[in-house]
Design a protein around this ligand. Structure first.
Ligand code: PEP
Ligand code: MG
Length: 863
């Protein structure tokens, strides 16, 4: 127990939350507070789940200093509120805050790291937008200070110190500093500035030359300034510790915050790899290892149809190439979204007497937009509703309206004032970069709607048609994506957007294939029909009738008939991944042939005490009961790392993913494993499922043998292990000497093969199971299984990617286990290809040099 505040992040999207947390944790590299995620649904989908939130609150409460909960949209708030009813936190205070999820989290993490109280952490989080808002309306901001202190930029006597020009202001001190470090004033320097401020009696303001100062009390205000290398800033500090603070800051700036201060690569001119002038690979590339600068994905063999304008592997966002963000391959007639709402002219200044009326028009138009979005929200599904409601909230945002009114008071016409005020807010989000920048589209969408209302233009929005279409847009507004009719919209293609944009999230939610970052697709369309591959990002304009017809045969994904097999009859049982009885029931409804992975730790994540054997029996029976006569593979507790269980004492670890997790916990508490095996055996005896057990995170044969012995001693006859470490994959032949089956956990196998933390969004390209090295390890395990007639299942996310599923079968997988919703598409893909094609594809992937080439090669063979 650290007695510090624990933080919970509730988000619809795990990648979104992970990236926000990664950004926030950059602020406190040495001793961050505990941040627990409750993001996405248990099966990896988009949504929120009150029970998961309750568990996360329980974990964060263990820190002892109270819990602050940050939430994203709509139902996240409801889930968090509901979670308070279930959370097992004793007397620990838990506070839900309306703080913004990105800026608020940054501020909360930094403040909590310093051991501040829950009140202070919450106050910082809630105030995190203040500096940015103030900056955007170009006011001299001093939210909440009200102290009547003198303006920060008063003239004074000048001193010079350590490369910085320092001035004694009327009240407090000033210094001019230069940003020397190569990457500008990014997250880490910002954190160091806030670290210097923490605990000091001082108010800090920062200004660019010629701009008004912005009060800085959290890192967001600094980040939002977007200061680059070589820029100067004026720092002003007031209060008893002003001098000490400024001295420390001047030293930090002078030292480049301990970072490189030579010019960034790319400033070097000719021959610089980043300038496109030389083919020499960059020795230290940014996180896009499969970028086509070094290896352009090959075109599929034999493609003669239409114009394949672009294609790439999904996810790694190589320069300028389209990105597939929602799987599926379809073709259809193109419908272009209406053009953007025209930018209103500056116009002559509004007469003084008319300004109030002009300001009232903004309120009317914004109210109308908010009401229209709310109305559409009522008709939309859960996810769409949340986004439309968020749009309505933006339209109703008093800060934004006030920013527009402020411009009207200076003479701007209403439409122009809205354009500029909302534009500045969107720009500030873009300047923050990363995934935050993707949210800028939400504000721009609302701006366009209000401006259209003010100027009598057609509201931007979806075309009114009853015939199916492929929608091609510049940047699809969230409000439009949310109300898309998946029956009519065959696919989405946008010029803008990223893998975590709302377009991507909602398209996946609707099961609509989608490709983003398709430059020119909307502004310079190359045909009337378009083939869209949402897995690879491939776009083919005016595909041949044969190609279109072949797609049509596969367009309708039939429900799974309960028998997974290839076109030539090779059986591949398709099983469900479950974490509780309800998942198992959903799997049974989807005709899953059994359960390939029962994540038992999901039953007990929020528990502080070990569940009794009887409680365990009840939980396990719930799952077994859904599959009488069918196989259910129970994984023993995979505690530790990203799934710590309070009752499993793994201790503090520097690298928990490489620490005591999974089966390794039995080294410290063997009796816990024994009791679980006892409960599994008892539950199995009371139900009709064919129960097998397997252990997670195995690296040696001795571990597997020990596990098998313990399980068999309790009457559990069918025993396996997961292959999640490269070691286990390489030792698979010897593992089969002591156990009956293996199951490939491709999520962890990828993490450990690529040495890329699976929780880090910034390493997503490395954590891609299409990595040829990962497939080669899988094939090695497959060969070991084939040699002895042993089962080689796959239960990681890779099995849910239809194309990759076929590759896995070719690599020797004998069964595939996935979330129930993924089964029909995987079943359909397998039915369309022979075992030989799968094998060819697996060989091609193993021989590929990167994920882009791997996908392209597999696609050419399997489609
Ligand atoms: C895996 O690692 O692929 C796996 C299935 O286990 P988990 O995702 O629960 O770690
Ligand atoms: Mg795993």
């Amino acid at each position: 127990m650290t007695n510090r505040v624990g933080i919970v992040v509730v988000s619809h999207s795990a990648p979104l939350a992970e990236a926000a947390v990664a950004l926030a944790l950059e602020m406190t590299p040495s001793d961050p507070p505990r941040v627990v995620l409750a993001a996405g649904t248990a099966d990896g989908g988009t949504g929120t789940d009150a029970m998961r939130v309750a568990e996360a609150i329980g974990e964060a409460a263990a820190e002892g200093g109270g819990v602050l909960v940050l939430m994203d949209l709509g139902s996240a708030v409801l889930s968090a509120e509901m979670a308070l009813e279930f959370a097992d936190v004793g007397e620990t205070p838990v506070r839900l805050t309306s703080a913004p999820i990105v800026e608020g989290l940054l501020a909360a993490v930094v403040t909590a790291a310093s051991g501040a109280s829950l009140d202070d952490v919450e106050a910082e989080a809630r105030g995190a937008l203040a500096a940015k808002s103030s900056h955007l309306v170009e006011e001299d901001a001093d939210p909440g200070s009200g102290s009547g202190s003198a303006p920060a930029d008063g003239a004074g006597e000048t001193e010079t110190s350590a490369g910085a020009e320092e001035t004694r202001a009327e009240v407090g001190v000033e210094a001019e500093v230069e940003v020397l470090n190569r990457d500008g004033l990014h997250a880490r320097p910002a954190a160091l500035v806030i670290g210097a401020l923490a605990g000091r009696d001082a108010v800090l303001r920062v200004a660019r030359p010629g701009s008004d100062p912005v009060r800085v009390s959290g890192p967001t205000a600094l980040l939002a300034l977007g200061v680059g290398q070589g820029e100067t800033l004026r720092l002003t500090a007031e209060g008893a510790d002003a001098r000490a603070l400024l001295d420390e800051l001047v030293a930090l700036f002078a030292d480049g915050f301990g970072e490189p201060t030579d010019p960034a690569p790319g400033d070097a001119g000719i021959g610089d790899p980043g300038s496109g002038g030389a083919a020499t690979p960059d020795p230290a590339p940014p996180a896009a290892p499969d970028a086509p600068a070094t290896a352009a994905p090959p075109q599929p063999a034999g493609r003669t149809d239409g114009r394949t304008t672009s294609r790439t592997a999904g996810g790694s966002a190589p320069g300028g190439a389209p990105i597939g963000v929602s799987a599926g391959r379809v073709a259809g007639r193109v419908v272009l979204m209406p053009g953007p709402v025209a930018e209103p002219p500056e116009g002559p200044a509004i007469a003084d007497a008319d300004r109030e009326r002009e300001a009232a028009r903004v309120a009317e138009a914004a109210d109308a937009v908010a009401a229209a979005l709310r109305k559409r929200a009522e008709r939309a599904g859960e996810e769409g509703r949340a986004i439309l409601e968020a749009g309505a909230a933006i339209a109703a945002d008093e800060d934004l309206r006030e920013a527009a009114r402020e411009r009207i008071r200076s003479g701007s016409p209403a439409a122009r004032a809205v354009w500029d005020a909302f534009g500045a807010a969107a720009e500030a989000l873009r300047a923050v970069g990363g995934r935050t920048a993707e949210r800028a589209a939400d504000i721009s969408d609302v701006r366009a709607r209000i401006v259209a209302a003010l100027t009598g233009q057609q509201q931007p929005g979806l075309p009114d048609t009853d015939d199916p279409y492929v929608l091609v847009a510049h940047d699809l507004a969230p409000a439009d994506t949310a109300v898309l009719d998946p029956e009519l919209c065959l696919a989405l293609v946008t010029e803008e957007g990223g893998p975590t944009s709302h377009t991507a999230i909602l398209a996946r939610g609707h099961g609509i294939p989608a490709v983003v970052a398709a430059r020119g697709a909307w502004s310079d369309p190359q045909g009337d029909t378009l083939l869209v591959d949402g897995s690879t990002g491939e776009l083919v304009w005016d595909p041949s009738p044969e190609l279109t017809a072949s797609l049509a045969e596969r367009a309708e994904i039939a429900p799974f008939d309960g028998e997974g097999r290839t076109s030539d009859g090779h059986r591949v049982p398709l099983l469900a991944n479950v974490g509780k009885a309800a998942d198992a029931e959903e799997g049974a409804r989807a005709n899953a042939e059994g359960v390939g992975l029962f994540r038992t730790e999901f039953c007990f994540l929020g528990r502080t005490e070990e569940p009794s054997v009887d409680e365990q029996i009840a939980a396990y029976r719930g799952v077994f009961a859904a599959f009488p006569g069918k196989r259910v593979v129970v994984r023993t507790l995979d505690a530790g790392s990203d799934k710590p269980l309070a009752f499993v004492p793994t201790g503090e670890e520097e690298n928990p993913a490489l620490g005591v997790r999974g089966l390794r916990t039995s080294w410290i508490v063997p009796e816990l494993l024994d009791r679980q095996l006892e409960a599994i055996a008892a539950a199995a005896a009371q139900e009709r499922a064919e129960v097998a057990v397997m252990a997670p995170m195995v690296a040696t044969v001795a571990e597997a043998a020990d596990f098998a012995e313990r399980a068999r001693a309790r009457g559990l006859e069918r025993v396996g292990v997961m292959i999640e470490t490269p070691s286990a994959a390489l030792l698979a032949d010897r593992l089969f000497e002591v156990i009956d089956f293996v199951s490939l956990g491709t999520n962890d196998l990828t993490q450990y093969t690529m040495a890329a933390d699976r929780l880090l969004g910034s390493l997503a390209a490395l954590g891609d199971p299409w990595q040829p090295a990962v497939i080669e390890l899988i094939a090695r395990a497959g060969a070991a299984g084939a040699a002895v007639g042993g089962s080689v299942g796959v239960c990681g996310e890779a099995a849910a990617d239809p194309l990759l599923a076929a590759v896995l079968v070719g690599a020797g997988a004998t069964s595939l286990s996935m979330s129930a919703r993924a089964i029909p598409a995987v079943a359909a893909q397998l039915r369309a290809v022979s075992l030989e094609q799968c094998r060819e594809a697996a060989s091609a992937v193993i021989e590929a040099r990167d994920t882009g080439a791997a996908r392209a090669a597999a696609s050419a063979i399997l489609r």
